[in-house]
Write a protein that binds this ligand. Structure first.
Ligand SMILES: Cc1ncc(COP(=O)(O)O)c(C=O)c1O
Ligand SMILES: N[C@@H](CCCC[NH3+])C(=O)O
Length: 455
């Protein structure tokens, strides 16, 4: 790709990713990103090079207004549905507040995520607990806090959960079903097709067995079905297919057990643009297709229309984040140019895991040099420690330069590791006109030494 102008050429009408943005090409930068003098970029009026100076690098910048606007866009797209933010994309206490204030629920999958939510007093009834292998600690914490719904993902979980429920009323549960739908995307993040670890298969009868087992447990109340097709799904069609399959299954449950389940949770997986031109339908495009199919299928199968839940994660935070790195070395080898930076697979494992591609831009000086193709690599002891393949960067990029990587708000910091005892980077929020604040500090040597008991 070419050195990315802050691609605000066609801003989302209404200044945000709302329903009117359905036909606007997606930007890889937050809506507030603007070019600034000296080759800089500001986000929410804050200089990115200034943030790199102040907090060091690597640093992750998160545009609060962008996160909130994206959360709101989902709510506007489906006003009658419940929108539940998938915490795994990125969670810290401030984000818990933003999500709460925007009226979304929270999808968590560990006691740790639950504790972050609880630390901010997030209403437990708006929390959904997931996990293909929930630990006793996860279940204990969820029950202690009184989470709204627990999504059953294995037959063995049913008796274990029922035994822990102490009342007063039953615990509401859903069943994560495997609809047998291949939604495309990278095979490591495809979760709707048969033959992987998530869900209970409709086709093989496991989902129906789970229904009868749950109905036999008075401590549990089965309220609905859940499925999650995968991630970075670039069209609404797989969701429409899932709706039909799940509604047909609702009808089967009604016929066999005489109950009408009232909730349908279609999970997350909505795509974002990592590079200019990547397909990324607006929330309203997914919403319309899902709504139409839901009404049609319910009519056809003669079941009451269930309340819909969606669980977007990436689509709320990815485009709000920008990663900042400093160049440490530039090297040529076998005709390739390697630009090595001070982060890598420890703060962004996505290229190594899924071959993910990113846009990269030099900031902080107005480069006059023509561009050439470069590979941006990290500083870890792995040949596969690549951050961005085949990006166009000015030929004179040199140590000390700052590189910005947009669309970095999801599954970077939340998947960050301490590989090579590098310390996980900070997250800085920018908001309004020119305000910034530290949300998560950089790990330090004391953190490292504290965990190592040294015996
Ligand atoms: C159950 C569930 N819900 C929601 C999500 C969020 O997915 P995404 O961030 O792609 O929207 C995931 C992760 O893929 C998930 O496993
Ligand atoms: N972590 C993945 C997606 C999986 C999300 C969780 N089910 C990514 O970065 O794309």
């Amino acid at each position: 790709m070419s050195a990315v102008p802050v691609d605000r050429a066609v801003p989302a009408p209404g200044g945000g990713p709302g329903p009117a943005a359905a036909s606007a090409p997606p930007s890889v930068w937050p809506a507030s990103a603007l070019p600034a003098p000296g080759g800089d970029i500001t986000v929410a009026g804050v200089s990115l090079t200034g943030l790199a100076e102040r907090y060091g690098t690597p640093t992750y910048v998160l545009d609060e207004d962008e996160v909130r606007a994206r959360a709101r866009a989902w709510r506007r797209a489906l006003p009658d549905a419940e929108i539940v933010y998938a915490a795994k994309a990125f969670l810290c206490r401030a984000v818990v507040d933003w999500i709460e204030e925007e009226g979304l629920g929270l999808d968590v999958c560990s006691a740790g995520e639950l504790e972050l939510a609880a630390a901010r007093g997030f209403p437990p009834e708006r929390i959904v607990l997931h996990g293909n292998a929930k630990s006793p600690d996860d279940l204990r914490t969820a029950l202690r806090l009184g989470v709204g719904r627990i999504v059953i993902d294995a037959e063995s979980e049913i008796a274990g959960l029922a035994a822990r429920v102490e009342g007063p009323g039953p615990q509401q549960v859903m069943i994560r079903v495997l609809p047998g739908i291949d939604a495309g995307g990278h095979r490591k993040i495809r979760t709707g097709a048969e033959g992987q670890k998530f869900g209970l298969s409709i086709a093989e009868g496991d989902a129906e067995d789970a229904v009868s087992r749950i109905l036999g447990r008075p401590q549990l109340e089965l309220v609905g079905l859940h499925c999650h097709l995968g991630s970075q799904i670039t069209t609404p069609e797989p969701y429409a297919r899932a709706v039909r399959r799940l509604v047909a299954f609702l009808a089967r449950i009604r016929d066999r057990y005489g109950i009408a389940l009232r909730e349908l949770d279609l999970g997350g997986g909505f795509a974002v643009a990592y590079r200019p031109g990547d397909p990324a339908p607006a929330p309203v495009a997914y919403a319309r297709r899902i709504d139409v199919e839901l009404l049609r299928a319910c009519h056809e199968f003669d079941v009451p229309v269930p309340r819909l839940t969606l669980e977007p994660g990436r689509s709320i935070v990815a485009p709000a984040g920008v990663a900042l790195y400093r160049v440490l070395s530039v090297k040529r080898s076998a005709g390739r140019v390697f630009v090595a930076v001070d982060g890598g697979m420890s703060d962004n494992p996505r290229p190594a895991l899924y071959g993910a591609r990113y846009a990269v831009r030099l900031i902080g000086r107005a480069a006059q040099a023509p561009t050439h193709e470069a590979t941006v690599v990290g500083r870890h002891c792995e040949a596969g420690d690549v951050l961005a393949e085949a990006v166009e960067l000015p030929r004179d990029v040199r140590p000390g330069d700052v590189l910005a990587v947009p669309a970095s708000g999801a599954y970077h910091v939340s998947m960050a590791s301490g590989y090579n005892a590098t310390r996980r980077p900070p997250v800085v929020a920018v908001a309004g006109e020119g305000r910034s604040r530290l949300l998560v500090r950089r790990e330090n040597v004391e953190d490292l030494l504290r965990r190592d008991v040294g015996l």
